[in-house]
Design a protein around this ligand. Structure first.
Ligand SMILES: C[S@@+](CC[C@H](N)C(=O)[O-])C[C@H]1O[C@@H](n2cnc3c(N)ncnc32)[C@H](O)[C@@H]1O
Length: 437
């Protein structure tokens, strides 16, 4: 076993922020690597909180650093810049005594091997501790700092949702709830709530979503009663709306065309007995392993296939499907509260290429749907280009497609499909459209 160096948790957090903001790594990957470096596992939650929080407020904290520094730090000192962000995040948003924040953050400078920066970090954090309110007031009309989002995203949201964009920006900066889906093949929602209660875990059900249970406080899945036995899965309430929309009946053939990690595949199987076949396809072989693990945990079976949904010739056996779920790759702008790194990693160019990829997948997969069959298109995006406009363009291209409107007590109907905005009814931002052949 390799001996762990005892690097201070704040230095590790600064490196995670650097990996995401300067090297374009995803937060989940950077954090998973960083957790390995912790000498004290008890600091895992603290590390996670600092990394998520700093990235959530990145654009705001960046503006604070800019106003405190006489000139920007050099390229090679971006780790110190990130450490400053981590320090400021704790002072502003965490319940840690200021003197401890300053002392520990200054100490982390040594682990980054930049002892010259001790004075700088100390002075800047102290200045913020004294004058934080004035500094924040000095932003004036800088929307990136005020809303903690990149300018292009603020503008797209303003254009798409002129009446809602302020609420969206605010909801994106909130901490998401932990929501479970009760496996109704194994127990009722009421019975599971009872089990949670007995385990001392406070939770409530949702009126419009019969199997969803929201926890008052997030916890490890291993503390959840019956998790290993498949009684519950972790899935936001919005994502739990996809499988019921498919309206699968016994004897049907179902394709889940972008399946990994399998949250919706397993929900489809939980909802209906005697489905003839469920094919779970994904382009990413590694991610399909997660589908297998999820299905095994719950005790469900599907045919797993690695392949490109836009190129069915390479994997399809020629038999049509009665139902298809197309949970396409998207910008993820509906789940920013769960993945704050999206604000830093996405670019406007990504959106254009995603929209093209989604259209290619839609066109190719449509050929696999049986006449009379139904396809549910879903994204965790809130950009109209990927949602309503994507579906309107699809309907223009395909005379054999018609929309089946979704009447529901959640979300709002658009020119096509139904959109949930982030935070509404406690849910993630999601879009759904139903298409019939
Ligand atoms: C939004 S995620 C799906 C989430 C999944 N439906 C669930 O509920 O757990 C999108 C998935 O699409 C996969 N993907 C991306 N491009 C694809 C393609 N061309 N063909 C098939 N899968 C693709 C990604 O690997 C990713 O796992």
């Amino acid at each position: 076993m390799t001996k762990k160096h005892s690097r201070p948790v704040r230095a590790i957090a600064a490196n995670v922020v650097l990996d995401v903001s300067a090297k374009g790594q995803s937060l989940s990957r950077a954090l998973a690597n960083a957790q390995q470096q912790l000498s004290r596992p008890a600091e895992s939650a603290l590390l996670q909180e600092m990394c998520y929080g700093t990235l959530r407020w990145f654009y705001q904290l960046d503006a604070v650093v800019a106003s405190l520094l006489n000139k920007p730090l050099k390229e090679r000192d971006q780790d110190i810049f990130c450490l400053l962000l981590v320090g400021l995040y704790q002072l502003q948003y965490m319940n840690v005594p200021s003197h401890a924040v300053i002392k520990e953050t200054v100490n982390a400078v040594l682990a980054l091997k930049k002892s010259w920066a001790k004075g700088l970090v100390n002075a800047m954090l102290r200045q913020y501790q004294r004058n934080g309110t004035d500094i924040r007031d000095s932003w004036g009309d800088d929307p990136e700092a005020e809303y903690a989002h990149p300018q292009w995203m603020i503008e797209t949201l303003k254009q798409d949702w002129p009446n809602d964009f302020l609420q969206i920006l605010q909801a994106n900066n909130e901490r998401p709830p932990m929501v479970l889906r009760v496996n109704r093949q194994q127990m009722t929602t009421g019975a599971y709530l009872q089990k949670l209660n007995e385990a001392g875990i406070k939770a409530a059900s949702q009126a419009f979503n019969p199997n969803a249970v929201e926890l008052e406080q997030a916890c490890s899945v291993f503390d959840l009663p019956g998790f290993k036995q498949g009684h519950v899965s972790v899935q936001d309430a919005a994502a739990q709306l996809a499988a019921p929309l498919l309206d699968v009946k016994a004897g049907m053939r179902v394709l889940d065309a972008c399946a990994a990690p399998g949250g919706k595949t397993s929900h489809i199987l939980e909802l209906t007995y005697d489905i003839e076949k469920v094919v779970a396809l994904d382009i990413d072989e590694q991610r399909l392993v997660q589908v297998r693990e999820n299905l095994d945990r719950i005790g469900l079976k599907a045919d797993l296939l690695t392949g490109d949904a836009a190129e069915p010739d390479k994997w399809w056996d020629g038999k049509l499907f009665d139902r298809i779920l197309l949970d396409v790759p998207c910008s993820g702008t509906g789940v920013i509260r769960r993945h704050p790194d999206i604000k830093l990693l996405r670019t406007p160019d990504d959106i254009d290429s995603l929209v093209k990829r989604q259209a290619d997948i839609l066109d190719a997969i449509w050929l696999l749907l049986a006449p009379g069959g139904m396809l549910v298109y879903s994204t965790c995006s809130i950009f109209k280009q990927e949602n309503e406009q994507q579906i309107l363009a699809f309907l223009q291209r395909h005379a054999d497609a018609s929309e089946v409107s979704i009447e529901a007590d959640w979300g709002k109907a658009g020119l096509a499909g139904r959109q949930i905005l982030p935070g509404k009814q406690g849910m993630d931002g999601f879009f759904f459209a139903r298409l019939k052949k």
